[in-house]
Design a protein around this ligand. Structure first.
Ligand code: UDX
Length: 451
């Protein structure tokens, strides 16, 4: 069995035992995927109901492919879950995958869970083991955590290994990442991570070794860039509306330039979810602390453009309903922040639905997967999983999350259900000419007739 030199000791590579602390979106996916590579994995969480569900192969959120993989790995005997931190004592590598949500009273990330996880595991992990942070954290966190870890348990080490998975593609992104970034302070830590990711290395996945701060920055820089791309095209949408242009044609045309690329240029109601919005805000807050706030001033504008897109849809609805929303039925197609997910955190679709409801409209929201989580957050809204019920008698239809089933709708049949055939395509994804041919008045952000 090959061995890996590490801090004066050796670990049998094929026998590495792995723990995953925090079994939310990131942790549950990571645990199941690492187990599928043949490692023995223990997932830990303080939430007993989450652990009970995962132990039975049930994923407490919607993510394609994950439930099958989870059941398969539990059945293999390699993957187990526990609420008891003592269960990680034997593990060689400990991945910290807890959340870093936005604080309630500011822009910064809440580091309570990351610090708590480190304090909980530091005294009990064995000599020679490696703690690996995967959570998205403000730059400087990893170095501070490493100092603290070595104070408590000097024969251990800490590395950072940011995660870039997208919801809806979490399993594939984890098993086949487009790059692996490891923030380390020595070769020993890097070698351990090379064993964990040996299969990816054989597959030729690019491997980037960085220092701790750079590895933390890679993640927020990547998400800031993606957010900037989306807000850029949404700014172009505003200009197209003002000048009588068509942002979808503009995006296609600039996207052919390989330096620009055509991905993440889909104009519409903008970005949401548990990452992009909070990551750009936390990045600004951290830059302020570092005295480098000017460098990220532009992210404030990125955030504003993004939130403005939501308001622009609300303005269109007001205009189409002659400024009087009270009692009017508005059919909202989509609640999740993006398709193939039931995540409604900072969802642009849900935000628009809530604001239109607050203006007095009778809003009925449909989503194939997210009505449960959405109703938990906003119980005052009406939700349905029956698309016909959502559309029946509607005075306006808003397409806000681009689920495939909405693209498959027959505009002629839908016209027979609604009271007024007015459609706002908030994602620029429906076949405008087909809907128009069926007699619909179609508006979409960034296209001439949205003025
Ligand atoms: C993102 C990053 O893509 C991922 O690498 C990181 O690890 C976590 O954050 P995710 O939050 O799953 O992933 O969503 P993503 O697919 O990036 O979409 C984010 C938001 O942008 C969605 O609300 C989506 O609807 C919106 N979006 C995306 C657009 O409005 N236009 C686009 O062209 C692309």
């Amino acid at each position: 069995m090959p061995t890996v030199p590490f801090r004066g000791t050796t670990i049998s590579a094929m026998a590495l035992k792995i723990s995953v602390i925090g079994t939310g979106y990131l942790g549950a996916t990571h645990a199941a995927c690492i187990s599928s590579l043949g490692f023995e994995v223990i997932g830990i969480d303080t939430d007993a109901s989450k652990i009970a569900a995962l132990s039975q192969g049930k994923v407490p959120f919607y993510e394609p492919e994950l439930e099958d993989l989870l059941s398969q790995e539990i059945a293999s005997g390699r993957l187990t879950f526990s609420t008891d931190f003592e269960a990680i004592k034997d593990a060689d590598v400990h991945f910290i995958c807890v959340g870093t949500p936005q604080v309630k009273d500011g822009l910064a990330a809440d580091m309570t869970y990351v610090r708590g996880a480190l304090e909980a595991i530091a005294p009990i992990i064995k000599a020679g083991s490696l703690v690996v942070g995967k959570s998205t954290v403000p730059v400087g966190t990893a170095a501070a955590l490493r100092t603290r870890l070595l104070e408590i348990n000097p024969k251990t080490d800490l590395a950072w290994n940011p995660e870039f998975l997208r919801e809806g593609f979490a399993v594939d992104d984890t098993l086949h990442p487009n790059r692996l970034v490891v923030g380390v302070t020595n070769d020993g830590a890097e070698n351990i991570l090379k064993e964990v990711y040996a299969k990816n290395l054989i597959d030729g996945v690019p491997w980037v070794r960085a220092d701790l701060p750079t590895s933390e920055l890679v993640k927020v820089a990547a998400n800031s860039f993606l957010a900037t791309k989306i807000s850029f095209i949404n700014a172009m949408a505003e200009i197209c509306e003002a000048a009588g242009g068509d942002v979808t044609v503009l995006a296609k045309a600039i996207g052919y330039d390989p330096r620009i690329g055509n991905r993440f240029l889909q104009a519409g109601i903008g970005f949401g979810g548990g990452c992009l919005p909070k990551d750009i805000r936390a990045f600004m807050a951290r830059a302020q602390e570092l005295g480098a706030h000017q460098a990220l001033e532009f992210l404030r504008e990125i955030d504003s453009i993004n939130l403005r897109a939501r308001q622009r849809v609300i303005d269109l609805v007001r205009k189409d309903l002659s400024e009087d929303l009270v009692g009017k039925k508005v059919a909202v197609l989509g609640a999740a922040f993006k398709p193939d997910s039931d995540d409604v955190r900072d969802s642009p679709a849900l935000d628009i639905a809530v604001q239109i409801h607050a203006a007095g409209a009778n809003v009925v929201v449909h989503d194939p997967k997210a009505t449960g989580p959405a109703a938990k957050r906003f119980p005052a809204l009406t939700f349905t999983e029956d698309l016909n019920e959502c559309l029946k008698g509607a005075e306006i239809v808003l397409h806000l999350t681009e689920w495939k089933i909405y693209r498959e709708l027959d505009p002629v049949a839908v016209k027979g259900l609604v009271k007024s055939a007015i459609l706002i395509d908030g994602r620029n994804m429906l076949d405008r000419s087909a809907w128009q041919a069926a007699g619909w008045h179609v508006r979409a952000l960034g296209r001439a007739d949205s003025r």
